[in-house]
Structures are given as structure tokens and as C-alpha cells.
Design a binder for this molecule. Structure first.
Ligand code: HAM
Length: 449
């Protein structure tokens, strides 16, 4: 009876009460809740990234999660998969065409131009950390909402900066302890070299047009370089014999790439030149790179971070001609790689102190004590639920608290607190006036007092 009823309802568009429930009780496909260990790891990674960015004099930027759709069309490129198939587009109530950002570079470039940051001291290094959205087929390491940590550098054509940007990625992975990585680099040359290459690709692919997928036939007209990035045609023999960018570089582009390689060697970065890297975004010029997880069983979504130089993007979006280069790391993918390598980067976030009270008056004193301890810089949790003695000790254990403070009538009258070391189980009697000194001695001096 039940299966028949379900089919009948489905056919007639009748929504059963339980169907509605399951819709709102489930996260959208390709998205994840972040809490517990994952949340600790993400926070820790962000802290690490921030500390590293300070060492390079990079400044934190936050731009809107949605921008005008036009920005991504012009920035990332009309013919890319990201813009043509993967964006979350919507109209707001004012009939504006908006898009959830699929990546961070275009928004930072828009911010750079709109706020006339090009008039300030350059190079400017801007880092960001936040969610991006792409309508992709979800699988391990590929989500529809995912976090990127990225860096964009504006205002220098120096090949040293290409190498520095790549080295930041590698240094970050080293700092975390991730050894299994491979750095692939390539060059797409300047405008002139790309134009020469485009002509070569058109004459190469023309006789094979019917062998290419429908999308590639459109790409052939608009942007033949995108054919090389096609997921459908990638295994075909015609792809393997396609002309290589490196054969169409002009002297200036070749010299730029040679210098990048020399700087990489000076920075002790192992790399492989991989001519098949064209990247899935249109804005690149000169150096492009992808850092892969070289970990057995990692799966096909193994590019942990990627980027490149984009000397025409600021101008294409409407700003003054300004060089740019940057990278972005997929945070969840990186955490996946760390999990596979058994590297735990989270910091314990247990409370240092657990406070519980016995009796109503004692609870008010406990609330006041907990407040002042927190303001003095200690991580403190208390009992809100009036647990009994045994269950309070159990709770302190579960929370991983190092010290337990107990407040009852006697403690209020004598102004002497009972403090238990939850590891050694030693018990101390400490006067309220000496409490901070005692805790500093046991837990280390906290900055806030
Ligand atoms: P991208 O290669 O599209 O480049 O993305 C950078 C990284 O984000 C990827 O290497 C991957 O780790 C992660 N990522 C991308 N898509 C997904 C997804 N669906 N699920 C999980 N992780 C994903 C960019 O976005 C450029 N804006 C990078 C850049 C900055 N170039 C210059 N500056």
C-alpha cells in the first residue's frame, strides 16, 4: 500500500507531510555542516594562514559573497565551465543579476579597482578566506560550497613574485607537515604569444572538428584554448598531439618563464614543467601552476591549490593596466589530504577550568567568578544545569577541563575556594584574593590581566 501511495503522490505532485520535513531537515546537495573536529581544524588552519600572511606583509580582505553576474562573465570568462555551467545565478528583488562567487580573484580585483587601491603603494598583497560556490557534481574533494584561502598580488611584473606566490603555497604545506605534494608549472605567455598559439590551435583542430564534443565545437569558435581543458575530450588522441604553448612563446614570455624557474630553484622549490596545464579560468597570462596531492588513493580531485599570473584582468574589468598574480587553496581538500596522511592540525579547545556550585547563592557567586575569570583570559565552562557532585566531576572529565573549582556555602563564608587538579586529582584551598596568581602559576600567565 505505502509504495503505491508514494508513487501516486509523486505522479500527482502531492507533497506528503513527511516529504516536506525531509527537505528542510537536509542540507543542500554538495554542501557540508562544519562542526566538531573539522571546525577545530579549519579554525587552526585559518590561524596558521593568517600568521604566514603576516610574514609576507599581506593584508586581509573580505569581499561580498555575491557580486554582479557580469563581473564573473568578464573576469573568469564566458566560455569557461565555471561560468557557463557552474554558477549559482539569481535575480534580487530589485531585478539585478547576481551570482554567488565561484572563486575569489574577480571580487578582489573589483574591490582593488572600486577603492582605487592602484593609487596606493604597490605591490599590494591581499589575502582572503571564505566560501565559494560551484554547481559541480559532488564527490570526495569536490563540493558545491567550499572554502578557499587565497592570495592576490597587484602591481608587479617581476617573475620573482610568481615564484614567491608558488613558494608560499609550498611553505604552507611544509609548515603543516604535508610531504606528499607535486608542483606543476606552465606558461601561457603574453597576449601576443597566446594569439600565435590560438591561430596554431585553430588550424590544428579544424580538420577534427566533428570528433570533438558539442561544447568543444563552440569553444573552437570562441576560445580554442578551452578545448585543451575539456573533461569529455581529454583522453582523445587528437589532444595528445595538439600544439604546445611552449613552441609559440615570444622572447619576452620565454625569458619571464625562465626567470620564474630560476627563482623557484633559488627558493628551493621542486617543480615539474607540465605543458598540459591551461587552467579552467580565462584570465591567466604567463605562469600558471597547480599543486597536487601526491598521496596514494587520494582520488581524482587532487589539486590542493592553484593559481597564476593575470596581467590583463584589472584592465579587462575596467581598471588601469596593473599586473596581478595569485593562488587559492581548497581548504576542505587540504584537510582531506591531511587526514589521509594522518596529520592532525587542530588545537585542543577544551576549557582550562570547570566551575560548579552547590546551592542558589553559590550559583550567583559562581556566575560572577566565571565572568571575571573569562575576562582575565581563561577558558572557562560552568555547570548551568544543577548537576549533582558525581555528574559534575564526570562532566569536567568529558570536557577535558584541567582544573575544577567548587563553590558552596562554606566557600562563600570563608572566601576560600576548593580547586581540584583534574589530572593529578590533588586538591587545593585557595583564597579568592590569590586565585589569579594561583591559576597563572598552574596554567601559565594569560595576557588579559
Ligand atoms: P581554481 O583552480 O578554480 O582556481 O580553484 C583553486 C582551488 O580551489 C582548487 O585547486 C581546489 O583545491 C579548490 N576547489 C575548486 N573547486 C572546488 C570544489 N568544487 N570543491 C572543493 N574544492 C574546490 C581559482 O579559483 C583561482 N581563483 C585561483 C587564483 C587566485 N588564481 C589567481 N589567483
Amino acid at each position: 500500500m505505502l509504495p503505491f501511495l508514494l508513487t501516486f503522490c509523486k505522479k500527482n505532485n502531492i507533497i506528503l507531510f513527511s516529504d516536506r520535513g525531509s527537505d528542510i531537515m537536509q542540507k543542500p546537495k554538495g554542501t557540508y555542516d562544519i562542526f566538531g573536529k573539522k571546525a577545530d581544524q579549519m579554525l587552526y588552519f585559518r590561524k596558521l594562514a593568517e600568521a604566514l600572511m603576516n610574514k609576507y606583509n599581506a593584508k586581509y580582505f573580505e569581499t561580498p559573497i555575491f557580486e554582479s553576474s557580469e563581473l564573473f562573465h568578464r573576469g573568469v570568462g564566458e566560455t569557461t565551465d565555471i561560468v557557463s555551467k557552474e554558477t549559482y545565478d539569481f535575480k534580487d528583488r530589485g531585478d539585478r543579476n547576481l551570482t554567488l562567487r565561484p572563486e575569489g580573484t574577480a571580487g578582489i580585483v573589483r574591490c582593488f579597482i572600486e577603492n582605487k587601491l592602484y593609487a596606493e603603494n604597490l605591490p599590494l598583497k591581499a589575502w582572503y578566506f571564505g566560501p565559494m560556490f560551484r554547481y559541480e557534481r559532488p564527490q570526495a574533494g569536490r563540493q558545491r560550497e567550499f572554502y578557499q584561502f587565497g592570495l592576490e598580488v597587484f602591481g608587479t611584473y617581476d617573475p620573482m613574485m610568481d615564484a614567491e606566490v608558488i613558494s608560499i603555497l609550498v611553505n604552507l604545506f611544509k609548515l603543516i607537515g604535508l610531504k606528499g605534494i607535486r608542483v606543476n608549472i606552465n606558461t601561457l605567455g603574453d597576449k601576443e604569444s597566446r594569439e600565435n598559439y590560438r591561430t596554431a590551435l585553430i588550424s590544428y583542430f579544424k580538420p577534427y572538428l566533428n570528433d570533438l564534443c558539442d561544447d568543444c565545437q563552440k569553444r573552437f569558435e570562441k576560445n580554442p584554448l578551452r578545448i585543451l581543458d575539456c573533461k569529455v575530450d581529454s583522453g582523445k588522441e587528437i589532444m595528445k598531439n595538439a600544439p604546445k604553448m611552449t613552441d609559440y612563446l615570444n622572447d619576452e614570455s620565454r625569458e619571464h618563464f625562465d626567470k620564474v624557474k630560476r627563482y623557484l630553484e633559488a627558493l628551493d622549490i621542486d617543480y615539474v614543467v607540465n605543458p598540459s596545464i591551461v587552467r579552467g579560468l580565462d584570465y591567466y597570462t604567463h605562469t600558471v601552476f597547480e599543486v597536487e596531492a601526491d598521496i596514494e588513493g587520494f582520488g581524482s580531485q587532487n589539486v590542493l591549490g592553484a593559481g597564476g599570473r593575470y596581467n590583463n584582468l584589472v584592465e579587462n574589468i575596467g581598471g588601469p593596466s596593473t599586473a596581478g598574480v595569485g593562488f587559492a587553496i581548497g581548504v576542505e581538500r587540504l584537510l582531506l589530504a591531511l587526514e589521509m596522511e594522518n596529520i592532525d592540525i587542530s588545537e585542543p579547545s577544551n576549557p582550562e577550568i570547570y566551575v560548579f556550585s552547590v546551592g542558589d547563592e553559590a550559583k550567583i557567586k559562581a556566575a560572577s567568578l566565571v565572568n571575571s575569570l573569562r575576562l582575565s583570559g581563561f577558558d572557562v565552562e560552568m555547570d548551568y544545569n544543577g548537576r549533582n557532585l558525581k555528574s559534575n566531576f564526570k562532566n569536567a572529565d568529558r570536557l577535558g577541563a584541567k582544573y575544577i573549582i567548587i563553590i558552596g556555602d562554606e566557600e562563600i563564608n570563608t572566601k576560600v575556594l576548593t580547586i581540584k587538579d583534574n589530572v593529578t586529582k590533588e586538591e587545593y584551598k585557595v583564597s579568592v584574593d590569590d586565585l589569579l596568581e594561583f591559576l597563572d602559576e598552574k596554567l601559565g600567565v594569560h595576557d588579559e590581566h
